[in-house]
Design a protein around this ligand. Structure first.
Ligand code: C2E
Ligand code: CA
Ligand code: CA
Ligand code: CA
Length: 278
């Protein structure tokens, strides 16, 4: 089925017309949101099972639209990508997250910040310069940053993307593969990439307590990851039983509602100061 050109707007069904208009509105509103303080970052901890403490936090964007209310990232990240807004959005995110890290340091909280980036961020090669300049200005070490990317984003067969990832790696910025297991790449295909961390997709973890299949998949993924020298993280840990199983499998880090939901900076700090793994 051929795609309708934008001037053939009459060929769209009413439903898709409305959807299209809503998307145009959201893109416009997102540009405004970037300048008007409607966006903020929430933080969710990753617990290191060897060190028995929280060592990292993942930063997750939140949009509180003045009229439409809360809009989840899954509803606007894709639009930001398609409309060319992603480089601006990602810079906003990284700047906010590193500023929060500086703020936390002043309160004695020293954590590694995990930031999600998209394949579209690797289409321009100026992101590493931007990040390095920011770290320098904030007097933060590059060890405070890890970038999370989905396997499909990093497996894009482009020299440009690879050279950006290598540049980050040489600057000491770590890279995590997000949602691992949902794409088509194998771990062995990834061994040529400068990857440090593997995040097993939540879909294999959410029902770990009940599913023998998921238990087999997760256990063997952890083993394979370790054989390749990677740190393995499980996200979507929602209960004690899943935690225990993952601990038994030798998983390195855990993330999920059982530990904490994502929270704003202030609430996260309060949670962090009271949290005890044992
Ligand atoms: P993701 O990177 O895979 O993030 C994990 C998602 O799972 C988050 O949803 C988180 O709130 C949720 N989650 C964490 N633990 C649990 C759990 O135990 N159970 C369940 N059911 N869910 C859990 P969120 O915040 O809605 O983000 C959705 C996706 O949007 C993210 O998936 C990521 O791909 C994207 N995203 C979020 N923030 C950013 C950002 O700043 N930049 C970019 N490029 N993408 C972002
Ligand atoms: Ca992520
Ligand atoms: Ca994920
Ligand atoms: Ca369950």
């Amino acid at each position: 089925q051929a795609k309708a050109k934008s001037q053939d707007i009459g060929v769209y069904e009413t439903g898709s017309d409305e959807k299209h208009l809503k998307q145009i509105r959201l893109v416009n509103d997102l540009k405004i949101a970037l300048t008007e303080d409607q966006l903020t970052m929430f933080y969710q901890p990753k617990v290191d099972l060897h060190e028995k403490r929280v060592t990292q936090v993942e930063a997750l964007i939140r949009w509180f639209h003045p009229e439409l209310g809360f809009i989840p990232p899954d509803e606007f990240i894709g639009l930001a990508e398609q409309s060319g807004l992603m480089p601006t959005l990602s810079r906003w995110v990284i700047r906010r997250v590193l500023n929060d890290a500086v703020q936390w340091q002043s309160e004695g909280v020293d954590l590694i910040m995990a930031v999600n980036i998209s394949a579209y961020d690797l289409a321009h090669d100026d992101l590493p310069d931007y990040v390095m300049r920011l770290l320098k200005d904030l007097k933060l070490s590059s060890r405070h940053l890890i970038l999370e990317m989905t396997e499909s984003a990093v497996m894009q067969d482009s020299n440009q993307a690879l050279s950006i990832l290598n540049r980050f790696n040489s600057e000491g910025i770590k890279l995590a593969i997000d949602d691992y297991g949902t794409g088509y790449s194998s771990l062995s295909q990834m061994k040529s990439l400068p990857v440090d961390e593997l995040k097993i997709d939540m879909s294999f973890v959410l029902n770990l307590d009940e599913s023998k299949e998921d238990q087999a998949i997760v256990q063997s993924t952890i083993e394979m990851g370790h054989n390749l020298g990677l740190t393995v993280v499980a996200e979507g840990v929602e209960n004690r039983k899943s935690w225990s199983l993952l601990e038994r499998y030798g998983c390195d880090k855990l993330q999920g509602y059982y530990i904490s939901k994502p929270q704003n900076s202030q609430n996260f700090l309060q949670w962090f100061k009271e949290y005890d793994v044992n």
